[in-house]
Design a protein around this ligand. Structure first.
Ligand SMILES: [Zn+2]
Length: 234
């Protein structure tokens, strides 16, 4: 089937429903859609779906994003670009080092319970500055000034876990921090955990490579992609 906004999608009344009826409604289909978009981005064949004026108007009355992205604020990690999506597709919450606090959790819960978004992705990346800052603070025994301390404090448990596992390279630590964030989110949000248990939502961790532009799953993937491969929805 055609992706919303893809070539072949006709303008007119059919476009009115784009974003509502055509958006993935299951965790597996949502994940497949993200992976398909990332493949287009990596290979230099983006479609830039749902970025036209018609779609902008169509989604003005309501949003039905199919994925929540809880990503690092890093300027090179723009969600709609790396997943080749457009307006109304992704509900994005970004903090340095994808650290989570009450406002982040509340935003995720809003998307999942009010908007019905079926997938939450914790998105980290290689060479993450927040993880580097936390490691430097831990190594030197110093405390960052101002509110940066809150970011560092939120990453430190992941550093301890990495240390316990003998992981010392930065990107390996990043993977552990992504997994830690997935666990922390589910542990701190009973609302989100209940949605996952009910099968209405999945929470996965992904790591993005800055140079290559590709994402890979690193944590929590209870989604059976073998049942609904990317090709089935792309
Ligand atoms: Zn980062």
């Amino acid at each position: 089937m055609d992706l919303p906004g893809s070539p072949g999608t006709q303008p007119g009344p059919e476009r009115e429903s784009v974003g509502a009826s055509d958006a993935p409604t299951t965790p597996s289909r949502a994940l497949a859609e993200l992976r398909a978009g990332n493949r287009r981005f990596v290979t230099g064949t983006p479609r830039h779906p749902n970025q036209d004026a018609v779609h902008r108007t169509a989604v003005a009355d309501g949003q039905h994003p199919f994925a929540v992205i809880v990503g690092c604020s890093d300027s090179r990690l723009a969600a709609e670009i790396i997943f080749d999506r457009g307006l109304g597709d992704l509900f994005v919450v970004r903090t340095a080092g994808h650290t989570i606090g009450p406002e982040v959790l509340g935003s995720v819960e809003y998307a999942v319970t009010v908007l019905g978004t079926p997938l939450v992705v914790v998105l980290g990346h290689d060479s993450c500055g927040a993880v580097q800052a936390a490691r430097a603070a831990l190594t030197t025994g110093t405390t960052p000034a101002g509110h940066l301390r809150a970011v560092v404090d939120a990453v430190v448990p992941s550093l301890h876990r990495a240390q316990a596992q003998g992981v010392t390279d930065l990107d390996g630590i990043v993977d552990i921090h992504i997994a830690q964030t997935v666990e922390a989110m589910l542990g701190a949000s009973a609302v989100l955990a209940a949605e996952v248990t009910a099968g209405r939502c999945a929470v996965v961790g992904m790591s993005y490579r800055l140079a290559a532009g590709e994402v890979r799953a690193v944590a929590g993937e209870p989604v059976d992609l073998a049942v609904e491969p990317a090709g089935a929805v792309a």
